[in-house]
Design a protein around this ligand. Structure first.
Ligand SMILES: [Zn+2]
Ligand SMILES: [Zn+2]
Length: 341
């Protein structure tokens, strides 16, 4: 049965399951407008998830066919997976920030082999051992699963109100978890008059009990040295200043006191950076740093794909430390090693 929750003021949420994932579900929000319901995110592209979404909309006294538009917080498949099916069933538009729209376009056009070659080179440059890189080099994929995310047909412009008749929903650009992640600020009084400024749909940017993954923005066509962790911390401060009465995240549960949660996350990342500096008293490659960092389980028990994500996260932290002048690359090292300054 679909779990539907009425948040008041023409906003409901549906729990759309994510198969085989400890997160359990994506919270898809249904926002009533004068032109029909608009969804914030859609959920994972899987038959059970689709059925749950459809049943949930029926329980909201509407249907998939009635959906007027889809606002996507970011391109990840647990958020954008079902957008294409919703559009097919309803003719709804799909809106996304341009930076994540570019990732969708690239995902659709990049040949799998090119992607594997890129990832292999990245892992080698990060100092991954041969036994880790070898399977990737040997892989000869024809297609990667889930490679056809829907192209958006509207762009979410940072700072602007979305075109939702009868509602005031403003896009807040919050890069970090992805380059085009947005939060959406419903600038109407809280239905229960909680103190604060409206309600914030926070996607994966601000979650009540977990910290989102912050890794590199992987792009085979762009060699720009980005600073995703720096972007994320800036985005956190921006969202904290909005002081919403309530936060409606895409996972877990609704919460209040966004400012306190922002402070917790800023402290968490500051502590993590300090911890990394104490590891960098000797020169380390990003791989070696990842092996020594604290994860939710011992390194040799982390699955293959998650190790790649962990290395990407270690690199994002190194970028931040270098940018802050607290670490630097060791001249002439190959693969490049880093040390605290
Ligand atoms: Zn995500
Ligand atoms: Zn997510």
């Amino acid at each position: 049965m679909a779990q539907v929750y009425d948040h008041g003021g023409g906003v409901r949420s549906l729990q759309v399951p994510i198969p085989d994932n400890p997160l359990g579900h994506t919270l898809v929000y249904v926002v009533d407008t004068d032109r029909g319901p608009v969804l914030i995110d859609t959920g994972w592209d899987d038959p059970t998830s689709w059925d749950t979404l459809a049943e949930g909309l029926t329980a909201c006294c509407t249907s998939v066919g009635e959906i007027h538009g889809v606002v996507v917080t970011h391109h990840h498949p647990d958020h954008h997976g079902l957008s294409g099916r919703v559009r097919e069933a309803s003719g709804a538009w799909i809106a996304m920030h341009a930076a994540d729209g570019a990732i969708v376009r690239r995902t659709r056009s990049t040949r799998p082999q090119r992607w594997f070659t890129y990832m292999t080179a990245k892992l080698e440059a990060a100092g991954a051992p041969e036994e880790h890189v070898a399977p990737l080099r040997a892989a000869r994929p024809r297609t990667l699963p889930g490679l056809a995310p829907a192209l958006p047909d509207r762009e979410i412009v940072p700072g602007e109100l979305l075109d939702l008749p009868g509602r005031r929903l403003r896009a807040i650009w919050t890069p970090g978890h992805t380059p085009g992640h947005v939060c959406l600020h419903l600038e109407e009084d809280h239905p229960a008059r909680l103190p604060g400024h409206g309600r914030l749909f926070s996607g994966d940017h601000l979650l009540p009990e977990i910290t989102p993954h912050i890794g590199l923005y992987e792009d085979p066509d762009d060699a720009t040295v980005t600073d995703p962790l720096g972007d994320y911390l800036d985005s956190l401060e921006r969202v904290g200043r909005l002081a919403p009465a309530e936060v409606l995240p895409a996972h877990q549960h609704v919460f209040t006191d966004a400012a306190a949660r922002v402070r917790e996350l800023l402290t968490h990342h500051e502590d993590r950076l300090t911890g990394l500096l104490s590891l960098l008293t000797e020169p380390l490659t990003p791989w070696q740093l990842a092996v020594r960092m604290e994860w939710n389980r011992p390194w040799d028990q982390i699955p293959y794909g998650s190790k790649n994500i962990a290395v990407s996260e270690a690199e994002a932290h190194l970028r931040r430390l270098v940018k802050l002048g607290r670490a630097e690359a060791v001249a002439g090292s190959e693969p490049v090693m880093y040390m605290a300054v």
